[in-house]
Design a binder for this molecule. Structure first.
Ligand SMILES: Cc1cc2nc3c(=O)[nH]c(=O)nc-3n(C[C@H](O)[C@H](O)[C@H](O)COP(=O)(O)O)c2cc1C
Length: 181
């Protein structure tokens, strides 16, 4: 299993790859790719997931595709904005479409962005939630406070310490996914 190519799906709690979480997840996926992973990104803007319970949601084609893709994956890199002290509604709704049958025993690397001061609320809430779908979050994690100042115009992270932490989240996700495969 040591040489197995790990398949990683990036999930963002904001729409579009140009949002802060979209950029963060894609930077994480780039690092995963550099380290031999096969990467995928679910763009809610292109393929929205209906709110769980809304009319017609159970037969939605995007949901079916999303669940099938998740089932094929070994690991997940996830970034949510902090909204009112927790993950965004879009992030929670994305997780609400995943059940243990899709993600049980799979590894998650968790990240969050905040407009204000850095804290771990969203990360902790995602960890607790993952218990219900039997996901395995790695201990390494990244929260970026004052996110409006975190990226340069090319979408790169400005603070080398944050870049280092991002690497540690991604590498731990890949390494632990290999161990569990
Ligand atoms: C509804 C809403 C609630 C928010 N709540 C918080 C919050 O509780 N703490 C915080 O630091 N930032 C909060 N923010 C700011 C977001 O965390 C920030 O917008 C997000 O991390 C992504 O940045 P972006 O909007 O520039 O893409 C909130 C933003 C919105 C839209």
């Amino acid at each position: 299993m040591a040489n197995k190519v790990i398949k990683v799906l990036g999930l963002s709690g904001e729409y579009r790859p140009t949002s802060k979480c979209g950029m963060l997840v894609n930077l994480a996926l780039d690092i995963a790719k550099e380290n031999g992973a096969e990467i995928h990104f679910w763009d809610l803007d292109v393929k929205p997931l209906p709110i769980v319970g809304e009319e017609g949601c159970w037969d939605n084609a995007n949901v079916k595709e999303f669940q099938e893709l998740a089932t094929e994956m070994d690991a997940f890199l996830v970034a949510s904005p902090e909204y009112h002290g927790t993950m965004s509604g879009a992030m929670k709704n994305t997780f609400d479409w995943l059940y243990a049958k899709h993600v049980s025993g799979k590894v998650f690397g968790l990240m969050s962005t905040l407009g204000g001061v850095t804290n771990s609320n969203t990360l902790n809430h995602m960890r607790i939630m993952l218990r219900w779908i039997h996901g395995w979050p790695v201990p390494e994690q990244l929260a970026i406070g004052n996110v409006k100042e975190a990226f340069d115009e090319e979408g790169q992270l400005l603070d080398p310490k944050i870049v280092e932490r991002l690497h540690s989240v991604v590498l731990s996700t890949l390494e632990n996914s290999k161990k569990l495969s």
